[in-house]
Design a protein around this ligand. Structure first.
Ligand code: FAD
Length: 511
């Protein structure tokens, strides 16, 4: 019996959230799909692992774009529509900000959030709510425009706030509200989720982030992020998708400017009308296309021109006491010695001490996620890829342990409890771990940085021009919707939609 069919409609490289979303959407439209995943499990970063008999979340802090059961946002709705039944648990607060002179917990809901900032910085309610409402208007526009592109003239009439703010940085727009610095600080912690300082972060990105997380709150799956990828893979297989694990794709086969299949590391050549790649364009255009001279110079120029965004450094602890016993009272804590996001970004270029970290205690949203009487607590920072690429093999252990110790000491001081006295399990994830586990380019988890020079609005306009090889699509954090597990669902759907649209257009021509 042959392992692979003679031909597929679509081959998807990578069985993580983006790749599996593409597969689900294509299978839903009756297409014959093969997913090739190099690891022995689905999920990529959306995974968990077991230490000392305890299952531990590998990455997820919070999912955006889910929404309540009766009012789903786009990602939650996609799971429901595809019959992928996730046991969502709502995260209780937006975040606790632990910043110089500020110890404040804020909750989701635009008005609630503005009121809580006003409690801390009196007299700011109206301005903060106005800013959040502006974010919400831009968010609605982005959601509509990403599905229904329209002419500039029509856009100007229907989406004036989006058009007016699109060319400005987050700092530019926030400055126009003339808020006291403390209020600005309280509106800034989520910046790390999109990874550029406010002077260089397009306001559009900030607006979407705030409207989604603050407006609608966030969620986690009861059985960790792996619940999403495992159930997506299971459902895809029910829908007829063939998924093969431990199959590393080495080459994408191209003839006459068009992709027609792949070759795996085992040497299997598999053919399809379309290929969707979760591997970064940097990797694909520099070493995966066969023949190599099928890569247009413009493709290399494009990947060289984009700035690779952030990677991750995470210390995950399983502790021998409950959160309450260890003075941990918030699900999510953003902690820094400054809330100047440009300075925080600069600090991420080095190898620590990192001045801005994001901490999660999963038990405070999902009480039974560790055995009774214990809790899980993780500390994460998101360094720039450039700093870590200089670490030599000889230095690696020292750098890793030094940074982890700094983070643990800082949070021990904060809680007034020596966390090291309570460790049952400790796991340190570095950019090298991410790179080895997912094959992501330089261990990057965020794709290409959103900057004022490389703006999402411009990327939307140039998306068509950046299709350098016909019938080859990309799906992953490196695509238009950017980083994060929720956006991977959107990126995966977009790649599948591009394939379906091309199929339709070519069928019409061939009729
Ligand atoms: C510590 C940490 C915390 C995070 N917290 C959050 C959070 O709270 N909320 C959030 O939304 N996001 C979070 N993220 C970011 C988020 O996880 C990523 O942006 C997202 O998961 C990227 O998904 P992806 O599908 O693009 O890529 P990946 O998850 O990297 O998947 C790529 C897949 O493709 C496979 N692959 C690659 N090359 C090949 C090949 N040649 N052949 C076959 N298979 C291949 C890989 O094995 C992998 O399975 C976090 C990430 C980390 C590391």
């Amino acid at each position: 019996m042959k392992f692979y069919k003679d031909h597929y409609d679509v081959i998807v490289i990578g069985g993580a959230l983006a790749g599996l979303s593409s597969a689900l959407m294509l299978a839903d439209k009756g297409k014959d799909v093969l997913v090739l995943e190099r690891h022995n499990l689905p999920g990529g970063i959306a995974t968990s692992f077991v230490r000392g008999g305890i299952e531990i979340e590998a990455a997820l802090h919070e999912m955006m774009s889910i929404g309540e059961k009766d009012n789903r946002l786009k990602v939650g709705k996609f799971f429901d529509d595809m019959g992928v039944d996730i046991d969502w648990m709502r995260v209780p607060e937006a975040y606790h900000a632990s910043l110089p002179g500020l110890e404040v917990t804020l909750h989701p809901g635009l008005e609630t959030f503005a009121r809580e900032i006003d409690n801390e910085v009196p007299g700011t309610y109206d301005k903060v709510l106005k800013l959040l409402n502006l974010c919400n208007t831009v968010f609605d526009s982005v959601n509509e425009l990403s599905i229904h592109p329209m002419s500039k003239a029509k856009m100007l009439m229907k989406h004036a706030a989006f058009v007016k703010t699109a060319g400005y940085s987050t700092k530019d727009v926030i400055d126009t509200f003339e808020l006291p610095q403390k209020a600005v600080d309280l509106l800034s912690p989520y910046w790390i989720y999109v990874g550029s300082g406010f002077s260089d972060l397009p306001f559009t990105i900030y607006a979407v982030l705030m409207a989604d997380y603050v407006g609608y709150g966030s969620y986690i799956p009861r059985y960790f992020s792996h619940e999403m990828s495992l159930k997506m893979a299971e459902r895809a297989e029910q829908m007829g998708v063939q998924i093969e694990y431990r199959q590393h794709v080495d080459k994408i086969l191209v003839k006459d400017g068009r992709a027609y299949g792949v070759r795996t590391a085992r040497g299997d050549e598999i053919y399809a009308d379309y290929v969707i790649s979760s591997a970064y364009p940097n990797k694909v255009y520099t070493s995966m296309i066969e023949p190599a001279d099928a890569v247009p110079k413009k493709a290399i120029k494009m990947v060289n021109g984009r700035r690779i965004s952030l990677t991750a450094f995470s210390v995950i602890l399983i502790l021998d006491k409950t959160a309450e016993e260890l003075n941990i009272h918030d699900y999510s804590i953003f902690r820094g010695d400054t809330m100047d996001t440009d300075k925080c970004y600069e600090n991420l270029a080095g190898l620590g001490p990192y001045k801005y970290i994001t901490c999660i205690c999963h038990n405070l949203a999902n009480p039974d996620c560790t055995p009774k009487g214990t809790c899980s607590f993780s500390m994460t920072t998101l360094p720039q890829v450039s700093g870590w690429s200089k670490v030599t093999a000889g230095e690696y252990d020292e750098v890793k342990h030094r940074i982890a110790k700094q983070m643990i000491d800082d949070m021990s001081e904060y809680f007034g409890v020596n966390l090291l006295d309570h460790v049952l399990e400790i796991v340190i994830e570095t950019p090298m771990t991410v790179n080895r586990y997912t094959n992501a380019w330089n261990g990057c988890i965020y794709g290409y940085a959103h900057t004022m020079e490389d703006h999402i609005v411009a990327r939307l306009q140039t998306a068509e021009e950046e299709k350098f090889i016909e019938h080859l699509e990309f799906s992953g954090a490196h695509q238009i919707s950017g980083d994060g597990m929720g956006p991977q669902i959107t990126n995966g759907r977009k790649a599948a939609k591009n394939v379906l649209d091309t199929m339709k257009a070519e069928e019409a021509v061939n009729k």
